[in-house]
Design a protein around this ligand. Structure first.
Ligand code: AMP
Ligand code: ZN
Length: 480
């Protein structure tokens, strides 16, 4: 039986069979990060799940083109956004220019993605690259009567649409109004949900990046960038648009409003949304002050892949609560799993029929609204199966095309790391003995030389009452 991919389409509020516009090809778009700070592990949950969706499509043989924006300008959607401009706030905090901040946090974001085995999308486009495209779309929206000028800014007129709230029913509609608690009223707007397409006058007067436009010097609103960047690379029809659930309203609602008003036809067929990672206090957010980053987990000794494993054990459509206790359980489970797979002999006869049956089961789990925890159960089941090592190894390698947990290589890598640690320690202990002997012979020059040799390698010796102690200089970072 051939598997068919189904997943939850927020647009129709149900799990649906996926049928792309073009046979065998998928046009996919992902809302990228706002690069004024590190991504928190909640943001990264969304990117992990979207990566699984992309890899499932590829596993099933689709030719996927995936595009992602980088919000380096234009994260404001109306003058009613409170507080400070986030990019500018980041720049001030770190005494850097806005573009330096954007570059630094874009690199940091892709560094995190690499550690989590998240594939880089085929196209990554910063918003600052597409100013002419934004201006063009705003011009067309004004010409078509979907936009108006007020107080120096260009706004989208939501009252021109028959159904602005495409994602929600009547009751949800009421709940959604004013859903963002960080918003005040903007007196220029004709309707409550109108949003800015282009700013020239804003209370954020000290905005660092500005461009010439037919409406004066200014900068784009937030929503316009995703519409333009996706159309630039994927054309007028898109199959899947992804993001976290917080993007449903107003961001994705506004993207649809302006894109369909601009194009004059339906734009994207499937909307895939990932639910939030929470902590004990609720939704994780960057504005809350202290927030959990991947580097923080690493500094506590967690392997980033364990965080991926943790995410894959839950369903993307359920909120997931983060706790160190759960993560600790995942460490043990992940280590055991990769050790088990690492111990398989990869050479030998493979049982094609059994392999086929397990691939079928694995794919069926993913096709069932991306049931990753079931897919992992299939992995455990196949390891228990009466089957040759070579078959199991081949299957683990195959499943890893989607799971991306380094199933067949992680154990050997960990062993090698442990060996380096053990070798280094015995080298240092040898040097300490040699130094002790030199001191005993009153050869202080040699003793100092040994201390210097170690220091050059980032190893610090300390003579204490209990004997010689050593440590690695903490300012030294591990190379890639
Ligand atoms: P941002 O950088 O704030 O634009 O967010 C990047 C992505 O992370 C978006 O798709 C958001 O919807 C998503 N996101 C934000 N907070 C969370 C969270 N707590 N859990 C999961 N995804 C989130
Ligand atoms: Zn977006």
């Amino acid at each position: 039986m051939e598997n068919k991919l189904q997943f939850y389409n927020t647009l129709d509020r149900k799990v649906e069979l996926f049928v792309p516009n073009e046979d065998g090809r998928v046009a996919m778009y992902t809302c990228g990060p706002t690069v004024y700070h590190f991504a928190h592990i909640g943001n990264l949950r969304s990117y992990i799940e979207e990566d699984v969706l992309e890899k499932t499509l590829r596993y099933m043989g689709y030719d996927v083109k995936r595009v992602m924006n980088i919000t380096d300008v234009g994260h404001l959607s109306s003058d009613a956004d409170t507080g400070e401009d986030k990019m500018l706030k980041g720049a001030k905090r770190e005494h850097k220019t806005v573009m330096e901040i954007a570059k630094f946090y874009t690199d940091a974001f892709f560094g995190d993605c690499r550690k989590l085995n998240i594939k880089t999308p085929d196209v990554v486009e910063p918003a600052t690259n597409c100013i002419p495209e934004f201006i063009h779309m705003v011009e067309v929206l004004l010409e078509k009567g979907y936009a108006y000028l007020a107080g120096g800014n260009v706004y989208f007129d939501t009252s021109r649409l028959e159904d602005y709230y495409v994602f929600s029913s009547q009751t949800e509609k009421e709940l959604l109004v004013g859903v963002r608690d960080d918003v005040e009223e903007d007196a220029n707007k004709r309707n409550r949900n109108d949003f800015v397409l282009w700013f020239t006058k804003s209370k954020f007067e000290d905005q660092a990046l500005k461009w010439e436009s037919p409406w004066g010097t200014g900068y784009p609103g937030w929503h316009i960038e995703c519409s333009c960047i996706s159309m630039k690379h994927l054309g007028e029809y898109m199959d899947i648009h992804c993001g976290g659930v917080d993007n449903i309203f107003p961001h994705h609602t506004n993207e649809i409003a302006q894109s369909e008003a601009y194009l004059g036809h339906k734009w994207c067929n499937y909307w895939f949304h990932v639910h939030h990672l929470t902590d004990k206090t609720g939704k994780m957010s960057k504005s809350k002050g202290e927030f959990l980053t991947l580097s923080l987990l690493e500094s506590k000794g967690y392997d980033p892949r364990v965080y991926r494993f943790f995410c894959l054990q839950s369903h993307y459509r359920k909120p997931l609560e983060f706790s160190y206790e759960t993560l600790d359980n995942m460490v043990a489970a992940y280590d055991k799993l990769v050790k088990r797979i690492g111990g398989l002999k990869k050479e030998g006869a493979v049982e094609q029929e059994k392999i086929k049956a397990y691939k079928q089961k694995f794919e069926a789990a993913l096709c069932d609204d991306l049931n990753t925890s079931m897919a992992i159960t299939v992995l455990y089941d196949m390891l228990k199966e009466d089957m040759s090592d070579a078959s199991k190894y081949a299957l683990a390698e195959d499943f890893d095309r989607v799971l991306s947990l380094d199933l067949t290589t992680a154990h050997a890598e960990k062993e090698a790391e442990n060996k380096v640690d053990a070798d280094l320690e015995s080298y240092i202990l040898g040097k300490i003995e040699e130094r002790k002997a030199a001191k005993k012979e009153k050869n202080f020059a040699r003793a100092d030389e040994i201390r210097g040799e170690l220091l050059a390698k980032g190893i610090i010796l300390e003579d204490t009452r209990e004997g010689v102690k050593w440590k690695m200089d903490s300012s030294w970072k591990k190379g890639e």
